[in-house]
Design a protein around this ligand. Structure first.
Ligand code: ADP
Length: 453
């Protein structure tokens, strides 16, 4: 990071510097070319006046060192040249500047010499007799000019390198010092300091993510604790029937049971195994619910029909305990997971029968509004104390443990109901009075949001 920032600053500085140098050189070169051409024209005008007045005498007496002067006749023959013998020079009629001067009175051209290292500037003026005076001077090509400047340019580049190096390392330090000073556990520590103003949004973000992480961590810990408790409870709940079964089996094995007691003992073993099977089934249901019922299929099902089936299958139990179950209401199609919907009605009805008196009643009612479907299960049973009403939905919570065991309860029925209602986006309420009875009211949306297409 340190090196990257440093290199970036350094490279940018050098590139900017070199680009500016090239640009300045280019602009200056253009400007000086223009000035030189202008000067050459002035000199040519002076020379043309001299030649007009004094002819060859003027040229012979001229001491021009900075430029070359040529006098060309109207037919292109070179009459005079101060650098080369005029007789040896070829006809100049085809030269661009001469052609222009003959046509318009003044001509100009720029040509590269053979070596390409230099540029030749020409400025030609037509005299009144039709002949032409031409002046030319040399202008150095850019890179020749650069070569001439090589030493100072190298020096400037060196200085620029050193300067950018020093500046880059200082800037890098200035950028990184506040960043290195951030305490990830307390990012807002320096937020009000000038150096940290620009990275304040980053610091706030780190802070909010820290808080989020802490919350997540707490939730993970809580979930782990709940799982641990659940596992401990499951083991405990399974151990009791297993101990009972192995105890009865041991007695039978050692022939310590009277002939007439063998049947009731076998009955006990069957009872305990049924309890275990029910417990395992409930645990499986809860596990499925913990996964949000993902692998289960949603369908449109009629809650009234579902309730009818549940009531039918509980009829024998209800009759055995002397409880009357009635069903009221009408068709109520809802989008739901069928087996879970069934478990809601079954568990609530089952509880209404189990925690009731002989001669008691359980009323099941299904009603539908345009958006919701409401299931009411009301019994005339033992009721639930106020302080327990909140807790009955917890896993393995029972108001009266021995009564629950006596009636074959697992302590998981209502947690399955509550979880199922939540998976369906609904809510559950309980109204109860000890000694009078209990009413559970489940309200489900007809089309839960999660599955709306
Ligand atoms: P269980 O398998 O013990 O019935 P539940 O989760 O279904 O477990 O119910 C938890 C506890 O809530 C029960 O043990 C019982 O004490 C109480 N309970 C549930 N339904 C009723 C009801 N209709 N009337 C009275 N008590 C109830």
């Amino acid at each position: 990071m340190n090196k990257k920032i440093f290199n970036a600053i350094w490279i940018v500085a050098i590139v900017v510097f070199l680009a500016s140098l090239t640009f300045i050189m280019g602009v200056s070169y253009n400007y000086f070319s223009g000035v030189q051409l202008k000067q050459l024209r002035t000199e040519a005008e002076l020379a043309s006046q001299g030649v007009s007045m004094s002819g060859m005498d003027y040229l012979n007496g001229l001491e021009a060192k900075d430029y070359r002067i040529t006098w060309i006749d109207a037919d292109g023959t070179v009459l005079f040249d101060n650098a080369v013998n005029a007789n040896e020079m070829e006809n100049h009629l085809e030269r661009e500047e001469i052609k222009e001067a003959l046509a318009d009175g003044y001509g100009e051209s720029v040509r590269y010499s053979n070596t390409l290292s230099d540029k030749q500037l020409y400025s030609a003026i037509r005299l009144s007799d039709g002949s032409v005076i031409r002046l030319s001077s040399v202008q150095m090509a850019v890179w020749t000019l650069l070569l001439g400047f090589a030493q100072p340019i190298c020096l400037v580049i060196l200085i620029a390198f050193v300067l950018s190096f020093v500046l880059a390392s200082r800037l890098t330090k200035r950028i990184l010092t506040p960043i290195n000073g951030i305490d990830p556990d307390d990012p807002l520590q320096h937020i009000n300091e000038e150096e940290y103003k620009e990275i304040a949004p980053l610091l706030r973000r780190i802070q909010s993510q820290n808080e989020q992480l802490k919350r997540d961590q707490k939730e993970i810990e809580k979930a782990a604790l709940i799982r641990q408790e659940f596992t401990a409870n499951v083991s405990h709940e399974l151990k009791t029937p297993l101990h009972a079964i192995s105890g009865y089996a041991e007695l039978l094995e050692n022939e310590m049971v009277k002939e007439e007691d063998i049947k009731p003992f076998a009955g006990k073993i069957r009872e305990e195994s049924t309890r275990m099977t029910k417990l395992v089934e409930d645990i499986i249901d809860l596990t499925k619910l913990d996964n949000g019922g993902v692998e289960m299929k949603w369908e449109v099902c009629d809650l009234y029909r579902v309730a009818e089936n549940a009531v039918d299958s509980l009829e024998a139990t209800a009759t055995a305990l002397g409880v009357e179950v009635t069903l009221g209401g009408s068709d109520a199609p809802v989008r739901a997971i069928p087996q879970l919907l069934y478990s809601i009605v079954y568990n609530l009805c089952d509880n209404g029968i189990k925690y009731n008196h002989s001669g008691g009643k359980v009323e099941v009612d299904v009603q539908q509004t345009p958006h919701n479907t409401v299931l009411r299960v009301k019994d005339t049973g033992i009721g639930i104390p106020e302080e327990s009403c909140e807790r009955i939905f917890e896993r393995f919570y029972r108001v009266d443990k021995s009564r629950s065991k006596e009636v074959g309860g697992t302590g998981l029925g209502l947690s399955i109901v509550k979880h199922t209602v939540l998976v369906h986006g609904g809510k559950i309420e309980v109204n109860s009075e000890v000694g009078k009875g209990t009413e559970f009211i489940v309200s489900l949306p007809n089309k839960p949001k999660e599955i709306e297409v």
